[in-house]
Design a protein around this ligand. Structure first.
Ligand SMILES: Cc1ncc(C[n+]2csc(CCOP(=O)(O)OP(=O)(O)O)c2C)c(N)n1
Ligand code: SF4
Ligand SMILES: [Mg+2]
Length: 343
């Protein structure tokens, strides 16, 4: 078959699920995994692939969602799945999308829309694989979705601190001590903002939380329908790493949104759109105090009032002083400064 330079692979048109009753019944991530009870990342996998449907290839970097999901000779994945190296979700997404496109262009396989989703943890994606993800998000000619499941630690190797671990949290790399109460004093990276602000060819960036399952699935469907390189950041309560009763996973996801710590939004072609309770906060609804979220988790059990106050002040700043509230952290000029610089 003649090769043409104009070949472009189409995307699947995945209409949003209009309410929970319209969600398809088929599962593509089923039983057979060994994640902890209450693991939200496992729920994210289930919802992600339920949203994308059967014509999907999933690639996953090392971490809980690799190790606990593919114990020797068992797997919950019904769709084709491949493991990739810890820092390689971006490369795996791009290589697979490019490979499919080349095979279809050469007529070596049927030309049809196939979803390519690469997932990574916060360690694999926001730390080690950041460069590869960034590169993938510049390649507008290939359709792929990178989903970063953020359980806020290197969980699989026993809860080490990552660039996404919240301020002050107790991890195996940052245990509170008698001399120094807070070992980890860096503020968490802003991955979705970073991806959205710095990648002009990336047409869709969103944040999600499995506590809002239909919304989450619809954002996955939107990303796959739009095509090109796309990115989704999911915040996943982790009972083991965050040290709480597994029955609280759903509630903690809700509290992360209601306290304003984790805003739900999407950026499509440069337009920011807020969702659900985040939208209500933007429109004036008061945020819940961060202590309601933090004090339910053992990893913050050593916090004193001053630590809670600091955390609250940082979240307040993100809502009150950022150029785009809770999304892009450039500071707004106050009126006096603006008047001075206008002269
Ligand atoms: C290059 C490399 N370094 C270290 C490891 C060991 N390792 C396996 S899983 C893992 C943790 C990954 O953390 P994250 O990406 O956040 O996923 P999670 O385990 O939290 O699901 C580490 C450090 C590895 N597999 N490869
Ligand atoms: S350690 Fe956390 S992310 Fe890993 S399987 Fe357990 S609950 Fe899930
Ligand atoms: Mg992790």
């Amino acid at each position: 078959m003649a090769e043409t330079t104009t070949f472009s692979n189409a995307t699947q048109i995945l209409e949003p699920f209009r309410g929970v009753k319209r969600v398809t019944i088929e599962e593509y991530f089923t039983s057979g995994h060994r994640t902890c009870q209450g693991c939200e990342s496992a729920l994210v996998m289930k919802l992600m692939v339920k949203a994308s449907g059967p014509r999907t290839i999933v690639l996953g970097s090392t971490g809980c969602m690799y190790v606990a999901n593919t114990t020797y000779y068992t797997t919950p994945w019904v769709v084709p799945w491949m493991h990739t190296q810890l820092g390689s979700s971006g490369s795996a997404a791009l290589g697979t999308a490019a490979g499919l496109k080349a095979l279809m262009r050469k007529g070596k396989m049927k030309s049809e829309p196939i979803n390519v989703i690469a997932f990574c943890g916060d360690g694999g994606g926001a730390d080690m694989g950041l460069g590869a993800i960034s590169a993938t998000l510049t390649h507008k000619e290939y359709n792929s979705l990178i989903l970063l499941y953020d359980n806020e630690s290197y969980a699989n190797t026993d809860i080490q601190l990552s660039g996404m671990t919240p301020y002050g949290a107790n991890t195996t790399f940052s245990p509170p001590g008698k001399v120094k109460r807070l070992i980890h004093t860096r503020w968490k990276k802003n991955m979705a903002g970073l991806m959205a602000a710095g990648h002009p060819e990336c047409r869709y960036v969103a944040t999600v939380c499995a506590s809002y399952a239909v919304e989450m699935m619809n954002k996955v469907r939107r990303a796959l329908t739009i095509g090109g390189p796309t990115f989704i950041h999911s915040l996943d309560p982790c009972p083991k790493g965050w040290d709480y009763d597994p029955m609280l996973s759903h509630e903690l996801g809700e509290l992360a949104i209601e306290t304003g710590i984790f805003p739900l939004y999407e950026v499509e072609d440069g337009q920011v759109k807020y969702y659900g309770k985040t939208k209500a906060i933007v429109e004036g609804r008061p945020r819940k105090p961060v202590r309601e979220y933090l004090l339910k988790q053992g990893r913050f059990a050593h916090f004193l009032e001053e630590d809670l106050d600091y955390f609250q002040a940082k979240v307040d700043e993100m809502w009150e002083k950022w150029e785009i509230p809770a999304v892009v952290p450039f500071r707004r000029l106050d009126k006096a400064q603006a008047a001075l610089s206008a002269k």
